[in-house]
Write a new protein. Sequence first.
Length: 328
Amino acid sequence: MDAIREQFKKPLVVGIATLILGILLGLVVGWGLWPVKWYDASPANLHAGYREWWARMAVESYQVDKDPEIAKSRFDALGEFAATAFGAVKADPQLLDPNALAAFETVVSAEPVAAATAVPEEEAGGGSNLTTLLGVMCVVTLLLGAALLAYYLLQNKRKSAAPTPAEQAAAAAREAEMTDYAAMGEAAPMAQFMASYRVGDDLFDDSFSIDSPNGEFMGECGVGISETIGVGDPKKVTAFEVWLFDKNDIQTVTKVLMSAHAFNDTAIRQKLEAKGEPVLAEPGSQAVLETATLRLVARIVDMTYGEGAMPEQSFFDGLVLELAIWQK
């Protein structure tokens, strides 16, 4: 179901689905609930044989009522097929009086007959009604699809205008206050950095270069995602790796900041111990990493847990971590 929901977030998929739905509804409504009914068809729509019968009956009627206007209207009702139908009757008059045929021809030829008389739409029968219905359904479907496409594009534009998780994390890092170690009576660190994470930043991996006061490269440090829990997007981070690299040491030191759930879960904890010493993440707590010539204190400035279907205190919604480094 989650995969289907993700697909329907794409405007193109929504437009195609709406088009298909509109066509299906048009067929169901047009053919099932309200099928086309034929009525009031014009004589011009008759089969060629029946048009000949119409012309024959028009001659017979004129022979009886002698009304030239009615005779002319019946002849004109055949439209572009009038001359052909009457010609067929003349070729095979059967029981018709030749004088009656001549009189009828004189009446209908009193004024020029249009070569092709347009058939009124209301007399065109079911074919015209079906075309109109399908045309209306297509227009409605296209309008609905366009409206949905515009809606999703607008929603995507609004979402793109909102700060991304990475941007929110960067803003939190800028707003966080660095620890004033000198004011606390301690030596000022050689370097201080602020790393910040927000749920949704699935590529979170902050790293910083450590340089001495005279600009000499000493090493690197950073923090990244160590372990996630559950499935689906965004990732639900249950542990972070804090690491310190010293150019004068042969190995990188790592410690794992774990959520309360991960720290107390024996299976998860044993799995993460292979990556580094496990440390329970708590607001204000510290983790100390030491190499041959460097000492790093990672202090949790702020942290919040996410909420949802996962176990309580199992994944981080946000984390702000201060990294302070001293040279031994």
